[in-house]
Design a protein around this ligand. Structure first.
Ligand SMILES: [Zn+2]
Ligand SMILES: [Zn+2]
Length: 254
C-alpha cells in the first residue's frame, strides 16, 4: 500500500517532541501531516494502481473532509482520474434495472437483493468483515473512506509511541507545554490501551493541562469584563481557540 514513511519508535519519539513544540495536540499534528503525505502519494504515484482505484470506487470517494483536502492540496489531475472512476460507477449504479427499490448508491437501503451487493457490501468484502447494518437510516455514506482508515492507523501508531515515552521527563515536559492531547485522541488512547501505569501517568499530565487551560479561560472571561479590560490580555488571549482545539481536535482531524 502507498503509505507514508513508517516512523520507527526512535523516530516517533523525536517527531512527537517536534510536534509538541508547534503547540496543541501532537497526535493531531503528526496524523494530519501523515494524511497529507498519503494523499500526495496516492494522487501522484499510485493513481493508476488498480488496488487504490478499486478501493476508492468501492468507497464512492473519500469522506467530506478528505475529499476537500484533495482540493486544498490542489492535486487536480489525480483527483480527476480517481473521481472520474467513482462518478462512472455511480452512473452505472443508477442505470441498473430497477428491482422495485430505490437506487442504493451506498448500500444503505433495506432489502435491495441485488446480486452484486451495494457499496457497503463491497466495502465489507474488502475489509473482510460484515458490513454494519444501517437499517435503512441515513448514515454517513463515506464512513469507510480509505483515507480515514489510514488516518486511524497513524493515530494509533503515534498514540502508542507517546505512551511508550510518557515516563521520559523531556517528553512529559514537551507534552504539557503543548497543552496535552485533544479529546478525540485522549478518548482513542483510553479506548485502545492496556498499559495502565503509563496511561495513568499520561492522564495525570493531561489533567494538569486541562486545569491550566481552565484557569486561562477564567482569566480571559474576567478580562472581558469592562472593569478589568484595561489590564490587557496576556497568554490567555487565545485560550478560547485552544479550548476549541482541545475539545474538537485540530481542523480536519475528523
Ligand atoms: Zn488530537
Ligand atoms: Zn476520510
Amino acid at each position: 500500500m502507498a503509505r507514508g514513511v513508517q516512523p520507527d519508535k526512535h523516530t516517533a519519539y523525536y517527531e512527537l517532541l517536534d510536534a509538541c513544540a508547534t503547540g496543541g495536540c501532537p497526535v493531531c499534528t503528526l496524523t494530519l501531516a501523515a494524511v497529507t503525505s498519503y494523499l500526495q502519494a496516492i494522487t501522484y504515484e499510485h493513481v493508476n494502481d488498480p488496488e487504490f482505484r478499486d478501493a476508492i470506487v468501492a468507497a464512492h470517494g473519500y469522506c467530506n473532509t478528505h475529499s476537500w483536502r484533495l482540493r486544498e492540496l490542489r492535486v487536480a489531475l489525480g483527483t480527476a482520474l480517481m473521481y472520474r472512476d467513482v462518478i462512472r460507477d455511480a452512473a452505472a449504479e443508477l442505470a441498473r434495472p430497477s428491482t422495485g427499490g430505490r437506487p442504493d448508491l451506498f448500500g444503505a437501503g433495506q432489502g435491495q437483493g441485488r446480486g452484486h451487493g451495494g457499496v457497503r457490501d463491497r466495502l465489507a468484502a474488502l475489509a473482510g468483515k460484515e458490513a454494519p447494518d444501517s437499517g435503512g437510516r441515513v448514515t454517513d455514506p463515506h464512513r469507510a473512506c480509505p483515507t480515514c482508515q489510514e488516518r486511524d492507523r497513524y493515530e494509533l501508531l503515534y498514540l502508542e509511541a507517546l505512551l511508550d515515552h510518557t515516563q521520559d521527563d523531556r517528553m512529559a515536559q514537551a507534552f504539557t507545554d503543548a497543552g496535552g492531547l485533544c479529546m478525540v485522541h485522549l478518548d482513542r488512547l483510553i479506548a485502545t490501551t492496556r498499559q495502565s501505569a503509563t496511561l495513568e501517568r499520561l492522564i495525570s499530565l493531561q489533567r494538569e493541562c486541562l486545569l491550566r487551560l481552565h484557569d486561562e479561560l477564567t482569566e480571559f472571561i474576567r478580562k472581558n469584563d469592562y472593569r478589568f479590560s484595561s489590564e490587557g490580555m496576556g497568554a490567555e488571549r487565545d485560550s478560547w481557540v485552544r479550548a476549541v482545539e482541545i475539545i474538537a481536535g485540530k481542523p480536519g482531524i475528523r
